[in-house]
Design a protein around this ligand. Sequence first.
Ligand code: 5GP
Ligand code: ZN
Length: 144
Amino acid sequence: MENCIFCKIIKQEIPSYKIYEDEKVYAFLDISQATKGHTLVIPKQHVSDIFEYDEVLAADVFSRIPKIARSIEEAFPEMQGLNILNNNRELAYQSVFHSHVHLVPRYSKEDDFSIHFGNHQSEYSAEELQQIQHTIVKQVKNID
Ligand code: 5GP
Ligand code: ZN
């Protein structure tokens, strides 16, 4: 897609530090390097976010991730863990609208990455959770 920075990276119109490439997927160092080895995995096909994937594209992208994750771990054995995340839409911190999966190696609790999961368990009754469950499951059944 025109004016997409990641499409330009795939086409080598903009330089990148390539980690992996095949006919479907491209992986390269995130320029911000939140932690050492922070890598982005992207489909070569331009899709803006997870809502545009079909099953085949999802399989293409996600099937490459374990191999790339293991490569990062082999490269940096001091790595203690790995966060994998995918931001979708602006409210969810997406800033480049060519879908990408972040691989963020973790070295210590003090490295420059954090994620916060609030715990709101006490605010939901069993009935409310069941209602939420049913509302979503009804839609899951509509997915072809
Ligand atoms: P998002 O915020 O959309 O989840 O992540 C976009 C990521 O793309 C950011 O972490 C940012 O550092 C990275 N990024 C933006 N522009 C470039 C670029 O030109 N080259 C590389 N390698 N990474 C980029
Ligand atoms: Zn693109």
